[in-house]
Design a protein around this ligand. Structure first.
Ligand code: F6P
Length: 379
């Protein structure tokens, strides 16, 4: 028997696509219907919310989507309702309009009690602003391959990205070994090194470079030479797109007009490979893994986490506990205030046990002093 109608919800996916989005949507729709909610699916993130592009979903809409990559709702990492780009002036500068009233009207017209936002920091920040400035009820679901959101131990999508990067490293190993080369793998992650760190450890990288630990090229080269002295004629480097040399800057690939966060990183891997080859004479190559980390089917871990998050988001609505983000803490799904979830990005703590473990098994983070250095004042 169908439960009595509880209310009306809406769900959107915002920001970059991410493995597990469809699994969350499926869990949201199934749980909502199970508890007697009506549920709207909003097309293309906040763009659809601004333009009223949404439709009621039923179970047939989510049938068969659990393992599928991408998002059946579509997404965009532009279209902030508070700063919506409506065109460009003669000089090519974007012209923005505030669309918050349109958003509120679109939600009110459909009697939507709560908006479930599946997104990363940009989308969750907008969700928080809708709550605090427009009194819209929101529930956030932490999405990103970068794993850089505060207040949660894991975002969904990270496990899949890490698995892809690890497989890439396994494959690069065989070429590196056969050709006696240095192989650099550049991975995503924005200003956090989680993907590089975890895949680097899982894939047996010799050097891992992350934004949290600026590197010294000399230390990287020392590690490569040290391996050569031990008969290892090849080396594997995992570099996060946000890694930077000591005293230097991150490498910016492009600026995207109208985006929540216009800076797009990329290019550090190629630079590094060139510098290493020029300095050592060892043939060095760079592979940029790019969007392969985001596309395709989620791992079993991400499917389970996404399903738990999706169901938990609807449970929060059932309890009328709004303006929270569902989060993973000590392997339990909990709720944290959206205000906290939309705060500073979560970077790798440089004194964490995982960094220590990597160092203990011989990984270089490009920050070591030369052997025999006596400048350590602790001695
Ligand atoms: O946040 C996910 C992510 O893939 C980052 O790792 C990367 O820096 C960025 O998005 C790329 O964004 P875009 O899809 O706009 O190129």
């Amino acid at each position: 028997m169908q439960a009595q109608k509880k209310g009306t919800l809406a769900v959107l996916t915002g920001g970059g696509d991410c493995p597990g989005l469809n699994a969350v949507i499926r869990a949201v729709v199934k749980t909502a219907i199970h508890h007697g909610f009506e549920i709207y699916g909003i097309s293309n993130g906040f763009h659809g919310l601004i333009n009223g592009d949404m439709k009621l979903m039923d179970l047939s809409d989510v049938s068969g989507i659990l393992p599928r990559g991408g998002t059946i709702l579509g997404t965009t990492n532009r279209d902030n309702p508070f700063k919506y780009m409506v065109g460009q002036d003669d000089a090519g500068n974007p012209i923005y309009e505030d669309k918050r009233d349109v958003v509120v009207k679109n939600l009110k017209d459909r009697k939507i009690d709560c908006l479930i936002v599946i997104g990363g920091d940009g989308s969750l920040k907008i969700a928080y602003d809708l709550h605090r400035y427009c009194d819209v009820n929101v529930v956030g679901v932490p999405k990103t391959i970068d794993n850089d959101l505060p207040c949660t131990e894991r975002t969904f999508g990270f496990d899949t990205a890490m698995a892809m990067a690890t497989e890439a490293l396994d494959r690069l190993h065989t070429t590196a070994e056969s050709h006696h080369r240095v192989m650099v793998l550049e991975v995503m992650g924005r200003y956090a090194g989680w993907i590089a760190l975890h895949s680097g450890i899982a894939g047996g990288a010799d050097v891992i470079l992350i934004p949290e630990i600026p590197y010294d090229l000399e230390a990287v080269i020392r590690k490569i030479r040290e391996r050569q002295q031990h008969g290892k004629k090849f080396s594997i480097i995992t570099v996060a797109e946000g890694a930077k040399p000591i005293g230097g800057q991150m490498t910016v690939a492009r600026l995207v007009k109208g985006s929540f966060e216009p800076v797009r990183l990329g290019g550090v891997g190629e630079k590094l490979a060139r510098e290493i080859e020029d300095r050592t004479g060892i043939e060095s190559r760079c592979t940029v893994l790019g969007y392969l980390q985001r596309g395709g089917s989620p791992t079993a871990y991400d499917r389970v986490l996404s399903t738990r998050y999706g169901a938990a988001a609807v449970e929060a609505c059932l309890d009328e506990e709004y303006n929270v983000m569902v989060s993973l803490q000590a392997n339990e799904i909990v709720r944290v205030p959206i205000a906290k979830a939309a705060s500073q990005p979560h970077q790798v703590p440089v004194d964490s046990d995982i960094i220590r473990t990597a160092r203990e098994v011989g990984v270089s983070f490009g920050d070591e002093e030369p052997a025999g250095d006596t400048s350590d004042t602790r001695k």
